[in-house]
Design a protein around this ligand. Structure first.
Ligand SMILES: C[S@@+](CC[C@H](N)C(=O)[O-])C[C@H]1O[C@@H](n2cnc3c(N)ncnc32)[C@H](O)[C@@H]1O
Length: 239
């Protein structure tokens, strides 16, 4: 049983924090020793990245990335999360931003209800460390991306410092965190899942990653860089 399937308090507390940039920035600094400005600026860049493309946001949480989206009609945006609480918050968030085109799904990242090659861009912010099997999740993201499609995201990783590693152990015992890799392991998982042009940069205990779905599909590739319906249009899954 995954913690997030039922955890209301965790979902509400996390989402309320991350939605407010100043709280999110302070949390990133205090908990993870990381500067999350890059996370929030990366979301703002979606305005150009998502334009005209098919985007998958998994796990979408309460929809923190929605603020970066361009106006309606210029993209197809699917947001999926395991938690019914998060999907509800994402729906309210989309309405607040006037984004009526977003398709919201409740489901499991390791069993996405989409055919291969369905998306041009996959976003995965702060989700991998919450998944029991991050390599399987990445393989599923690679499957639904078209060859040459891009993945970008963030994850908490081990190896950022003793204090951060202790917090990770605590959160694993408490439930919200599951399998937490190091930045090096994340890089290997991405390559094994069929990504190339892999970049993983660690700041404190947060890894910022980007990768391209290799044209040839799954298979080993070399990292390019590494540093220190609830849906209106598709069946709901999970729950
Ligand atoms: C820390 S939150 C991040 C959410 C959002 N991307 C953000 O940055 O605010 C982690 C999310 O992963 C979701 N999650 C956990 N396990 C999942 C799974 N197997 N499939 C899909 N989503 C999952 C949780 O419900 C939660 O919303």
């Amino acid at each position: 049983m995954t913690h997030w399937r039922r955890a209301r308090l965790t979902a509400v507390t996390y989402d309320a924090g991350v939605e407010h940039e100043r709280i999110g920035m302070a949390g990133g600094r205090l908990l993870w020793g990381a500067d999350l400005r890059r996370f929030y600026r990366g979301i703002e860049e979606l305005r150009t990245l998502a334009d005209g493309g098919r985007v998958l946001d998994v796990p979408c949480g309460g929809g923190v990335a929605f603020r970066g989206l361009p106006g309606e009609g210029s993209h197809r945006y699917v947001a999926l999360d395991l938690s019914p609480v998060m999907v509800g918050r994402a729906r309210a968030n989309a309405a607040r931003h006037g984004l009526r085109d977003i398709v919201l799904l409740r489901g499991d990242v390791t069993a996405l209800p989409h055919p291969a090659g369905s998306f041009d861009l996959c976003l995965s912010y702060f989700g991998l460390h919450c998944f029991p099997d991050p390599p399987a999740a990445l393989a599923e993201m690679a499957r639904v991306l078209r060859p040459g499609g891009r993945l970008r995201g963030t994850s908490v990783v081990r190896g950022g410092g003793r204090r951060q590693d202790a917090i990770i152990s605590l959160l694993r015992r408490a439930g919200p965190f599951a399998t937490v890799g190091t930045a090096g392991e994340l890089s290997s998982w991405l390559c094994a899942a069929g990504f190339d042009d892999v970049g993983v940069e660690r700041d404190g205990a947060v890894a910022f990653f980007s990768a391209r779905r290799a044209p040839g599909g799954p298979g080993p590739a070399q990292p390019a860089a590494q540093a220190g319906t609830d849906s209106s249009s598709a069946p709901s899954k999970g729950g």
